[in-house]
Design a protein around this ligand. Structure first.
Ligand code: IPM
Ligand code: MN
Length: 364
């Protein structure tokens, strides 16, 4: 393929809260590196979440799903907010995100957690404990209690069912295995097998796949309560953390304390076809429109997207942009120790600047 002829169709789903602001930032960074790396982007925007409920009456309109299925990748900002908190069933913004994940078959959610050198001192945990943290949470994303039935039983009883099939556990284990091979060769599988039957099935399936197909990897198994403690006590012991949907959701927010803010964590939801690249953070309704959102989680999600699309140089340039801005001492309000912080737009501009500065001159 000629350089310059490559073009990617990106479905943009800004969603709610700060979603539109951080999606705009990531798109700016992508446009900047696209020029420099000889490819182009064709973007199309679609409603999702509360924004879609307001405009179309449902959180995942059919046109949004079709647009995503036709795209090379999806970038999603955030969904949810107090305005829709009293909606029930399918009228909740979150239901749109779950339907999108299911509809695209993105059963594997990759949530890397690293602590950039410039942020180690800002972590609520001791600097020497978080320096050098580099772990990857592989969260099962289209099964487990998030998709259990039934969900309510009349007015006074509610239930959720945590169900896993062996096939679901096997395929997510293979994803974790492939990543562990490329990384440090270690997997910690997290479950609650001392109490839950679904966890005992999880454990057995993980052991079986790893023994048969990835015998060279080291496997540890932790109960989720212990895993939560270990992530705070000694986060550097982890390489790949493999876990189910609910435990992965909780542990990834917990792991956000390591770099000091949820706002810097990216994620990639991948599986059967088109991937969704979405930050780990929420919609932050309290700071909407104030130019205070941290765009880094979304921007690093765009870097994961470029890796996934086979553009590792562009991905590296984006990460270089983020490191450059952080090494300049820039932080947004969520990470600030005092009143010295910059806005979403200034942070984005600085990231763009460093993303196209030749690597040789970048401070590391
Ligand atoms: C996340 C979010 C979502 C989840 C919500 C918005 C449905 O918290 O991506 O971690 O629970 O999966
Ligand atoms: Mn979450």
């Amino acid at each position: 393929m000629n350089r310059g002829s490559r073009s990617y169709r990106i479905a943009l789903l800004p969603g709610d809260g700060i979603g539109p602001e951080v999606t705009t930032s990531a798109t700016e960074v992508l446009e900047t590196v696209a020029d420099a790396h000889g490819f182009s982007l064709e973007t199309a925007e679609y409603p999702v979440g509360g924004a879609a409920i307001d405009h179309v009456g449902q959180p995942l309109p059919a046109g949004t799903l079709t647009g995503c299925l036709d795209a090379d990748a999806v970038m999603l900002g955030a969904v949810g907010g107090p305005a829709w908190d009293h909606g029930t069933g399918d009228k909740r913004p979150e239901a749109g995100l779950l339907a999108l994940r299911k509809g695209l078959g993105t059963f594997a959610n990759l949530r890397p957690v690293a602590v950039p050198r410039a942020l180690a001192a800002l972590s609520p945990l001791r600097e020497e404990r978080v320096t050098g943290v580099d772990l990857l949470i592989v969260r099962e994303l289209t099964g487990g209690i998030y998709f259990g039935t039934p969900r309510t039983e009349g007015e006074d009883v509610a239930s959720d069912t945590m169900l896993y099939t062996k096939t679901e556990v096997q395929r997510i284990t293979r994803i974790a295995g492939q990543w562990a091979r490329k990384r440090g060769g270690r997997i910690t599988s997290v479950d609650k097998a001392n109490v839950l039957a679904s966890s005992r099935l999880w454990r057995a399936a993980v052991e079986e796949v790893l023994a048969a197909e990835f015998p060279e990897l080291a496997l540890d198994q932790l109960y989720v309560d212990n895993a939560a403690m270990q992530i705070v006590r000694d986060p550097r012991q982890f390489d790949v953390i493999l876990t189910g949907n609910l435990f992965g959701d909780i542990l990834s927010d917990l792991a956000a304390t390591l770099p000091g803010s949820l706002g810097v964590l990216p994620s990639a939801s991948v599986g059967e076809g088109v991937g969704i690249f979405e930050p780990v953070h929420g919609s932050a309704p309290d700071i909407v429109g104030l130019d205070q959102a941290n765009p880094i989680g979304m921007i690093l999600s765009a870097a994961m997207m470029m890796d996934h699309l086979g553009e590792p140089d562009a991905a590296a340039a984006i990460r270089q942009g983020v490191d450059g801005a952080l090494n300049d001492g820039l932080v947004t309000a969520d990470l600030a120790r005092d009143l010295r912080f910059v806005g979403t737009r200034e942070m984005t501009e600085r990231i763009c600047k460093w993303a196209v500065t030749s690597a040789a001159t970048t401070r590391t």
